[in-house]
Structures are given as structure tokens and as C-alpha cells.
Design a protein around this ligand. Structure first.
Ligand code: ATP
Length: 308
């Protein structure tokens, strides 16, 4: 189990980047860290891996303390793996050699089998003999993930793991990777801006704002009851509107166009979203967004129903 106890961190004296971070994660559980750019997600991953020394607080994996570079000549805990945003691969060797580097040379058959299994997970079988320097950013990212998994870690830390991968590949890769981690009972912490990483695959979601954890719960609980716009906006466009004197936070799918309602609005713009249109409208001098199956002309008067 990972136990992070009242952790604080400063790059520069007296300026906290993280403050009183406190949580635990069991073996095999998946946690997603979200929050605006610069809120400290990567810093937290680096602290947990042991690349930075905490200013205050402690980190334990079971009974082993996680210590930073002040205490280790080669920082980074050996039973964890960390895939940074700049994946540090060997450019002049092949994809499979990059993966094999972390596997035992004394068991070549086992090592080959494991490499093949991981090439399958990252969907890179066709590139096994390609030199890393000839791969795209997204392909390199996938090799970095496979390499981190080569020597089965107990915890894997992933920083924006699919950031450079196109949507088509991203969805299938995500499913394969997270399913693989669950099968092997590997704990996982993902720092991401992508709601799909959080909603479909995480057991827990942590949101950081102003250096602190503002919520730590299951993705469904957080999505269905966002306590503030900052949290809801991680998942979708969000409406913060006053309805009958009461402030409400509503996602666009919670606003419907109906035949009769006391709530009237005027369409300002429409945006094509594939299987629906996002409608921007003026409701009592407030800008609102709603999903609708058809396009609606600018200036059309509509009546709204709010689902809450
Ligand atoms: N080496 C460093 N020295 C000083 N300040 C740093 C350093 N690295 C990061 N910071 C600062 O610490 C804060 C947190 O950065 P961090 O990279 O952890 O954020 P993040 O949430 O991962 O951002 P993003 O989502 O953009 O990747 C930022 O204000 C950043 O400017």
C-alpha cells in the first residue's frame, strides 16, 4: 500500500507547490490526478517516485520509506516505475531492445515472450525492429510505457500517458493498458487532463487546486456532484447559472429544449459535435450551453428544461 502523509513541497523557499497532500492507495488500485496546468500533478508523481525530496511529510510503500535524491545516489524507487512526459529511451536501438533492456539476459526465452506480450499491449508488434529515433512522439510514448512494465513494477506512475497519441489508437490502447495493469494487480497513478482516463478507468480521482487536494473520491461521485465549477470543468463545458434565484452547476446534457417552459432563451451559436450540436444560448442575460440532436438557427427563441 502507498501511504502519502501530509506532504508539502517547495521548489523555491517559502513557495509551496504542494501542501498537506494526504492519501493512500492499495495494491492494484488506480488513481487519477487532475487539476489545471501547473497545479502540481507532475511534481506529486516525482515526489512519489523519489525524484524530489519532500519539504514536509513522508511517503511509504508498505513499510518502506520512499526517499528522494538526498538519500539515494540513483533516485527513484526500484519497485516503482515512472513514465515522464519526456520518455528517456535509447534512440539508436530497436523498440524490442528498448523493452528487453530491463529484462534478464539470463532467461532469453522468457524475456522474448514478455517483450512480445508487451508489444501486444502497446500495439507496436509491427515496429519491433524499428529504431526508436524513427518513431513518432506517440509511438515513443507507447514504447516508454512498455519499458516501464517490462520488469513488473508494484506501482506505475504515468504522466499524461496518452498525450501524444491520436484518438483512434488512444481508446484501444487505454483499454488494453488499464486492463493489463488490473490483471497483474499493479497499482497505477495517472496525471492527466483527459477525462476519459479518469471516468472510465480510475478507481479514485484526486483533484488539486491551490496546492491542495480539494476532492478525493470515486469518479462517479465527483462527476455527479461537482462541488465547484473548477471540478465540473475537468469533464465538460459547464454551466454555472442562476435559476429561480439559485446558483446551479449543470452540464450541457442536463439542459433540454422543450415545448413549454417558463424558462426562455435565445440561440446565439451552434457548434457541430458529430452526433449532436452544442447550442450556445442567452438565458436571462447568462450564457448557457446545451446539447441538442439538431442544428438550430441563430436568433431562434427556445424554452428550456433543467435537469437537477
Ligand atoms: N524544476 C522546477 N523549478 C521550479 N519550479 C518548478 C519546477 N518544475 C515545476 N515548477 C513549478 O511548479 C508548479 C507545478 O508544476 P507541475 O509540472 O508539477 O504542474 P502540472 O500540474 O504537472 O502541470 P501540467 O498539467 O502543465 O503538466 C508550476 O508552477 C511550475 O512552474
Amino acid at each position: 500500500m502507498l501511504q502519502v502523509n501530509h506532504l508539502s513541497f517547495q521548489y523555491v523557499a517559502k513557495k509551496n507547490v504542494l501542501k498537506n497532500i494526504h492519501f493512500s492507495l492499495k495494491k492494484g488500485e488506480h488513481l487519477c490526478i487532475m487539476g489545471e496546468s501547473g497545479c502540481g500533478k507532475s511534481t506529486l508523481l516525482k515526489l512519489i517516485y523519489g525524484l524530489l525530496d519532500a519539504t514536509e511529510g513522508t511517503i511509504f510503500w508498505n513499510s518502506t520509506p520512499v526517499l528522494g535524491p538526498k538519500f539515494h545516489l540513483v533516485p527513484g524507487m526500484e519497485f516503482f516505475k515512472y513514465v515522464a512526459q519526456d520518455f528517456d529511451l535509447m534512440p539508436y536501438t530497436s523498440v524490442s531492445e528498448n523493452i528487453k533492456k530491463f529484462l534478464s539476459r539470463f532467461h532469453p526465452e522468457e524475456s522474448e515472450q514478455r517483450t512480445q506480450e508487451l508489444l501486444e499491449v502497446i500495439e507496436m508488434k509491427a515496429f519491433e525492429n524499428t529504431k526508436v529515433k524513427n518513431l513518432s512522439g506517440g509511438q515513443k510514448q507507447r514504447v516508454a510505457i512498455a519499458r516501464a512494465l517490462a520488469n513488473e513494477p508494484e506501482l506505475i506512475l504515468l504522466d499524461e500517458p496518452f498525450g501524444q497519441i491520436d484518438n483512434f489508437k488512444k481508446n484501444s490502447l487505454r483499454r488494453k493498458l488499464f486492463q493489463y495493469l488490473k490483471e497483474k494487480n499493479i497499482a497505477c497513478i495517472v496525471a492527466t487532463h483527459d477525462k476519459e482516463d479518469a471516468l472510465s478507468f480510475a478507481d479514485f480521482l484526486m483533484v488539486i487546486q491551490h496546492q491542495e487536494i480539494i476532492v478525493f473520491d470515486s469518479p462517479t461521485t465527483i462527476y455527479n456532484n461537482p462541488s465547484q465549477k473548477y471540478i465540473a470543468a475537468l469533464f465538460d463545458d459547464v454551466n454555472e447559472i442562476k435559476i429561480a434565484q439559485k446558483e446551479r452547476l449543470l452540464y450541457p446534457h442536463q439542459l433540454k429544449i422543450v415545448e413549454n417552459s417558463i424558462y426562455e432563451a435565445t440561440v446565439l451559436n451552434t457548434y457541430y459535435r458529430g452526433n449532436y450540436w452544442l447550442i450556445e444560448a442567452d438565458f436571462e442575460s447568462q450564457k448557457v450551453f446545451l446539447n441538442h440532436p439538431f442544428e438550430i438557427k441563430k436568433g431562434t427563441e427556445i424554452k428550456l428544461f433543467f435537469e437537477f
